[in-house]
Design a protein around this ligand. Structure first.
Ligand code: SAM
Length: 384
């Protein structure tokens, strides 16, 4: 397979390298923001499962650098890119323009410009893998499913936080937005992958409940499985509005989607607890009991929130009051690239290297061993 064939098959992969993003996932967050205005009035954000860091790059560039990725700027960039993708031979000057633009993007992502930095903004990013530094972002290498990660996070947000003497509630729940793009290493065993993903999601939700301030937002990746409506109903216990969103940069062929939860409203008397975290157990069920029947709550209307496309999913199983169907929102402009399509590349197309090669890839040791043994066709290793 040629080096540029992935560029051809995946427009967002190519666009990410052109614009200096560490991963194509950056477009998913930008398209979610386009629809839900996620970053409005946000100064404290936690990015869970953040490596290699493209979502954190978006946070850094939007919140610290005050860069605008509104529809106009975004479409302007796309128009240029589309022109090249459609093999309209660019003039030399437009090629130079685009090279200059790419260079600036990379530089903006890697330098701290004091004049645009925002001391009031705090961004904390967590992953099992190390994350290369980003302007204004505190990075933690930790497991989001481990209880010790919450005090670590609270300390990163507020250095005066003392896990010995303060409770999580005393930490003033300082966060406006928690985002999580967590994904386990996919095994291909569909049910197992969905199960592990749901464990990551519950860990992210528990963490969010410990740090979110009332009114805060929570966005997380989900794999839509058979009983996903139970999950939506559980989230509805804590948030006024819950949507399931599919950005155009997320492949239609993938079960991936994002839940977007708006206006955190913990039930009366609810205390986030690490000792007794939420899971699929009785604690959630009790909270749901206290809530009104979620199905009877009104659906958000198009006029209410300016959302352009709302499609209700199939209501099968809605007789169970623990189920609730979240409005499904397709986001990202329809003129945006189709992530399932292959695009023709210009004859002079040059495949760019990744912006941020993986810092600690799991295959690193295998490559080292292969090199030591003379490459792929070297002597086979004889176990002693
Ligand atoms: N949002 C990221 C970006 O834009 O660059 C991409 C995230 S990637 C799809 C999923 C990440 O989840 C991986 O980096 C993986 O290490 C992380 N992850 C999986 N399980 C985790 C856990 N238990 N704790 C922390 N991170 C985890």
């Amino acid at each position: 397979m040629g080096k540029s064939s992935k560029d051809k098959r995946d427009a967002y992969y190519r666009l990410a390298k052109e614009q200096g993003w560490r991963a194509r996932s950056a477009f998913k967050l930008l398209q979610l923001d386009e629809e839900f205005n996620l970053f409005e009035n946000v100064t404290r954000v936690v990015d869970l499962c953040a490596a290699p860091g493209s979502w954190s790059q978006v946070l850094s560039r939007v919140l610290i650098k005050n860069e605008k990725f509104g529809r106009c700027a975004w479409e302007d960039r796309e128009a240029k890119f589309r022109q090249r993708m459609l093999n309209v031979i660019p003039s030399e000057s437009s090629q130079e323009d685009s090279q200059q633009e790419t260079k600036q993007d990379v530089e903006m992502a890697n330098t701290q410009d004091e004049s645009t930095s925002r001391p009031d903004v705090k961004i904390v990013s967590i992953d099992l893998q190390p994350i290369s530094p980003l302007p204004g972002v505190i990075t933690l290498r930790a497991d989001i499913t481990h209880p010790a990660t919450v005090p670590l996070l609270l300390k990163a947000l507020d250095p005066s936080y003392d896990p010995e003497t303060s409770t999580n509630q005393q930490a003033q729940q300082p966060v406006d937005l928690v985002i999580s793009d967590g994904a386990p290493d996919v095994t291909g065993l569909h049910d197992l992958d969905i199960y592990v993903q749901s464990q990551l999601l519950f860990a992210a939700l528990n963490l969010a409940l410990c740090v979110l301030k009332p009114g805060g937002k929570f966005v997380a990746k989900i794999f839509r499985g058979r009983n996903v409506d139970l999950l939506y109903a559980q989230l509805k216990v804590f948030f006024e509005k819950v949507y399931v969103a599919k950005p155009r940069s997320s492949r239609a062929s993938s079960v991936e989607a994002f839940i977007v939860c708006i206006n955190f409203q913990p039930p009366a008397g609810f205390k986030a607890s690490l000792e007794e975290p939420l899971g699929v157990g009785s604690r959630l069920a009790e909270l749901q009991e206290q809530q009104q029947d979620p199905i009877s709550q009104s659906e958000p209307s198009k006029a209410d929130d300016g959302i352009t496309e709302v499609i209700l999913e199939d209501l099968s199983g809605a007789d169970n009051k623990n189920r609730w169907i979240a409005p499904f929102i397709a986001c990202g402009d329809l003129s945006a690239f189709d992530s399932d399509a292959s695009y023709k590349l210009a004859a002079d197309h040059v495949s760019l290297p990744p912006v941020q090669p993986p810092t600690a890839p799991p295959y690193k040791r295998a490559i080292e061993l292969r090199r030591q043994n003379g490459g792929a066709y070297g002597k086979p290793v004889v176990a002693k």
